[in-house]
Design a protein around this ligand. Structure first.
Ligand SMILES: [Zn+2]
Length: 199
């Protein structure tokens, strides 16, 4: 059952500290598990409802960018690093070669002009808490000049190797999670995008 505002937990950061407000644990009655053949007790259910605080730390610019229609990446700009200039998408806070902190860059235009499908898999059965429409078309995406491959979801169109795709963003009511970013095949019209998404 959806929670009311009084049953939710909210968090702000004030003066550098997390300030939780509201309800983070909702107790619920457990139920017995009986063996129907013997009538004997076999165990109990253990309902748990808790709100977890997931800190994004150095990855926060990536998730904040999605809601603004921006795909942020990370790039090593250390002169002493052999991998200098490497762009990482998925976002990596630190360069895996020199371990220095990467620079945050905006690769939205690069993604719009060079993204293509490297490989894909279509999933008809999902795990618990899935929020994506099924079947889910998972795609691995290549971008020019990016040294890593990004996994995402193709929201409109059929996946094919090397097919050009473009990113779309949940800018109307962002969730600040990875599902705010999806892709569609190049040439998709704005009216075919999922609810809340824009180019
Ligand atoms: Zn480096």
């Amino acid at each position: 059952m959806p929670k009311t505002e009084n049953e939710k937990g909210f968090v702000d950061v004030v003066n550098g500290r997390y300030k939780p407000k509201g309800v983070f644990h909702i107790p619920e009655a457990n139920q017995p598990i009986f063996n129907k053949d013997t009538g004997k007790l076999a165990g109990i259910t253990n309902p748990r409802d808790m709100t977890y605080m997931h800190s994004y730390g150095g990855e926060a610019p990536f998730f904040e960018g999605l809601g603004k229609g921006k795909l942020m990446a990370a790039q090593c700009d250390n002169d002493k690093c052999e991998a200098k200039g490497s762009i990482y998408q998925p976002f990596r806070i630190y360069c895996p070669d020199c371990l220095r902190k990467n620079t945050v860059i905006d690769m939205t235009d690069l993604a719009k002009s060079t993204a293509k499908i490297h490989s894909y898999i279509i999933t008809h059965r999902s795990g618990a808490f899935n929020s994506l429409p099924k079947p889910i078309k998972f795609i691995n995406i290549e971008f020019e000049g990016v040294v890593t491959i990004l996994m995402s979801v193709l929201a409109v169109g059929e996946p094919e190797f090397d097919k050009k795709v473009v990113p779309i963003f949940n800018t109307k009511s962002p969730t600040y999670t990875i599902t705010d970013l999806r892709f569609v095949v190049e040439g998709t019209s704005e009216s075919d995008l999922p609810e809340g998404f824009t180019f």
